[in-house]
Ligand binder design. Sequence first.
Ligand code: WQD
Length: 337
Amino acid sequence: MKILVTGGLGFIGSHTVVELQNQGFEVVIVDDLSNTSMTVLDGIKNITGKVPVFEKLDLRVKNNVQDFFSRNQDIAGVIHFAASKAVGESVENPLLYYENNINALVYLLQELQKKEAASFIFSSSCTVYGQAEKMPITENAPIQTAMSPYGNTKQIGEEIITDTAKVTNINAILLRYFNPIGSHPSAEIGELPLGVPQNLVPFITQTGMGLRKELSVYGDDYPTSDGTAVRDYIHVVDLAKAHVIALKRLLDKKNLEKVETFNLGTGTGSSVLEVIQAFEKVNGQKLPYKLVGRREGDITEAYANTDKANTVLGWKAQSTLEEAMASAWKWEQKVRS
Ligand code: WQD
């Protein structure tokens, strides 16, 4: 079975390619290399011994997408990761986000609707819930007005897929990620933020390496156990495995609806200070940090109700926060060695 993975050299994409290859799938990666590098392909090969087909492609160009599918008629399914994903950047440059995250999706679906049947896995985000009223967050929690153009592209993307699946042979699963962290245990692939990391864990590991002077903890006045914001940090390998299970569900026609939605988290919330403590425990050194004001647009708390993924997909996150932090730290040391 040939599977197209868009954005397959990215953080979550590369880990998913490894799991697809482990399950015997033939993988074709397209990536525009705007936020990654070709070295990731070597990392994948070092892990699985198999080199996925790779094509550098800008999916924002409709003709590129049409041409790709005319040359690859035997694609059985698509896992669509390719998107811009920096919340702050999306506020500064909304049209870059609408063009990249929406136009490319439309062009992909226009090709897939021509096929007998198509299985489509969409990389969505818990950001669609905004600050949910009730914890843990279920898939039925109301979708709130997006806090950023990035979040809006995920909401719009879900709607486009839902409307299209209704009237085509496309079956889809929307995967709403909580906070992906960590790296493959081999340290051959991991998170490669270009520039100053926006996300907590890469900033922590770079601080641990002395690349950053200290971590700024954004806000200690939230209504949480220790005043710092709470998120559901899920190991990227657990997340990758969920994608293969979801894809197989569609390929085997086990889905009960044309479009199904699953929250992918651990079901446990961790505060920023708890993440710091987990890191310190793992690498035995104190992390320099300072408490500063809240970051614009941040929510207080988000962690998943994972019952649906556990029972319907038969998937459950396996790694603990400490294990995830240990893998992130191992990767950081490898990358800087
Ligand atoms: C986590 C917590 C920060 C950096 C975003 C997107 C989400 C997904 C993951 C793409 C928050 C705090 C962070 C720092 C800090 N992205 N923090 N100091 O904002 O929950 O989610 O990234 O899919 O869609 O919204 O993740 O890692 O940026 O922040 O105190 O230097 O760590 O305030 O409470 P976030 P994050």
